[in-house]
Design a protein around this ligand. Sequence first.
Ligand SMILES: [Fe+2]
Length: 414
Amino acid sequence: MNAAFPSPSAAEAGNLAARLLATRKLTLDLAAPLSDADASLQPFTEASPAKWHLAHTTWFFEAFVLRDHVPGYRPFDERFHYLFNSYYEGEGARLDRSRRGMISRPSLDEVRNYRAAVDEALDRAFSVLEPDAQALVELGINHEQQHQELLLTDLLAAFAENPLEPAYGELPPPTCFAAEPLTFHAGRDGVVEIGAGETRFAFDSERPRHRFFLEPHEIAGRRVTNGEWREFIADGGYRSPALWLSEGWDWVRSSGVDAPLYWRADETAFTLAGRRAIDWTAPVAHVSYYEADAFARWAGARLPTEAEWEDFAASADPNLGNQLDQAGPVLPRPGGGMFGDVWEWTRSAFTSYPGFAPVEGAVGEYNGKFMCGQFVLKGASCATPRGHSRASYRNFFPPHARWQFTGLRLARDS
Ligand SMILES: [Fe+2]
């Protein structure tokens, strides 16, 4: 029995097959507008080709569910194990991450055939899967949802390299506007509880739920906007070393960064919908932890901790503790609130909660081994699939990363 990834209850199991199908279909739908060439681009090591995402999410089900739990299952193609294992040392040798853009074969159509074959095998096996295997299907669904978002952010990074500025598709409208004045709200202080409970799916890194002590503090009612970021730039924010962490200042100087990623000089930004005029009232996106931290200092505030953020979100709506609804289209989301538009940097390092124990076997490598040198992001973005958000969710990226939809909300001591 897999303690950190609990098996779905009997009632959830029926719905599991339907959610699996819907999740698998959404990934294909997201890739539908892409040519094989589009789907093979890898703009930099951390961003993978769309075709690789399509295949790797399939490999995850093939390796951890079909191979390990369905007697007699034969892999679709033995060679794919090497190509599409991402980072699981327990699964043996794999293609170097920086070389994923070299996989012109299998073709996009062959990868779609791979997906169809694995989906069919999962469908045949579903009625006899043991609870342990069902828990891995649940993990595989949530894993694939994470890759749906990565597919879009990696594609944005790839298309941004093309001087023809191709458009992927329309974007959902932002849900947060600067028409809302910036207000600060008192968070709870004293002993609070954070982390995921035991009843619904959560990643192992969100557990166990535990007590945490908060000092008096306030959190902003909305995210920082593009207009506010423009003021930071105009005020010399990128040229003022006193605002920056030492490592952040080194990064600014060596990278030459002077604006959010994808901003162009003429008040436009490159987006999944092509080049667009910057909406100054929308939340700023594609900033690094270093930039978010410097902006907060410039604004006379700081970034919230993950516990402050989570308790604020959970106290605003207790039902956000563990959302789990149907897989659906990538947005639009309900207006305002703590989820949507951009992930929000926190000042908390991604590390283990007291009592954290990764599960046994290769899937134990899912989160635990990345607990070094990364910061927690809370909320969700415009590219996060519906049903994938909850207050306890802990996204994480290294402090220089900014190709995700990453923004910020201010906090301050009180
Ligand atoms: Fe993965």
